[in-house]
Design a protein around this ligand. Structure first.
Ligand code: DGL
Length: 273
């Protein structure tokens, strides 16, 4: 039995898609979620800078006594998963692998689309993971720099968001993909828009539920689960504006968020020093 919380982080509210599945799978665990909103978006930044941010946030959570860290951000996973696993004393679970493997298994015509941030696309990680299952699958990757800022904006379901999704989808439709990886944890927050744009014949893949299962397995393997009879608690931290985080977080998560605590970026940098 281990009463410590599980740490979950993202550049913003996108990782709440992963937190939601974790709450469904492990309702007896405590969670602390950190959104690095002050430095959002991560996607347009060089991989080295995202790696530094991820190490700062991961180290901050580890220093605050979490028992496992979930990197609920594809860009941070692409840039830093092995570095985080080496640097931290607690297990670290990322988000790319389950999606890549699910897409390789799901495609019937062996043409897979990837929608993700510039950093995730530039990392080439999805191709490597898809090809580790089936090297004959074509992967068509489209970087989507407009989407994360639009999803974090006041009206995430605006006409501009729909237009940005259409723009991202166009080359994938032209390539005839039958499976599309939503390779950014923000994208499932607007999943109905993607599904309408692609239609029913295209399978959308995202892996928050598998990530949650992987977290539960890791806790079981290490014998660090909490008491299954209890009800878990959650805490939210942001480097950005707590009121803005509370408003969009509770809307997307459909969960009352009573208070959001502010963490200064300097505190994160201090944790990794
Ligand atoms: N949710 C993050 C991801 O999965 C968004 C990155 C960003 O801030 O651009 O990549």
């Amino acid at each position: 039995m281990d009463g410590r919380a599980i740490g979950v982080f993202d550049s913003g509210v996108g990782g709440l898609t992963v937190l939601h599945e974790c709450l469904v799978t492990m309702p007896h665990e405590d969670f602390v979620y950190l959104g690095d909103n002050e430095r959002l978006p991560y996607g347009p930044r060089p991989l080295g800078e995202i790696r530094r941010f991820a190490l700062e946030v991961g180290s901050y959570l580890a220093a605050h006594d979490v028992k496992l860290v979930v990197v609920a951000c594809n860009s941070a996973t692409a840039a830093a998963l092995p570095d985080l696993q080496r640097a931290l004393d607690v297990p670290v679970v990322g988000v790319l692998q389950p999606e890549a493997h699910a897409a390789a298994r799901a495609t019937r015509n062996r043409r897979v689309g990837l929608l993700a941030t510039e950093a995730t696309v530039a990392s080439g990680r999805y191709e490597a993971l898809v090809w580790s299952v089936d090297a004959g699958v074509e992967v068509h990757a489209v970087p989507c720099p407009r989407l994360v800022p639009l999803i974090e904006a006041d009206d995430p379901f605006s006409a501009e968001t729909v237009e940005a999704v259409r723009e991202a989808a166009a080359p994938l439709k032209a390539a005839g993909v039958d499976t599309v990886i939503l390779g950014c944890t923000h994208y499932p927050l607007i999943r109905p828009i993607f599904q309408r744009v692609f239609g029913r014949d295209v399978t959308l893949v995202f892996s928050a539920d598998e990530t949650a299962r992987e977290v539960a397995d890791a806790l079981a393997r290490k014998g660090i689960e909490n008491d299954p009879a209890r009800e878990g608690r959650y805490r939210f931290l942001t480097t950005g504006d707590p009121d803005a985080f509370r408003a969009s977080g509770s809307r997307f998560l459909q969960l009352p968020i009573a208070g959001v605590e502010r963490v200064a970026v300097a505190e994160l940098a201090g944790a990794a020093a």
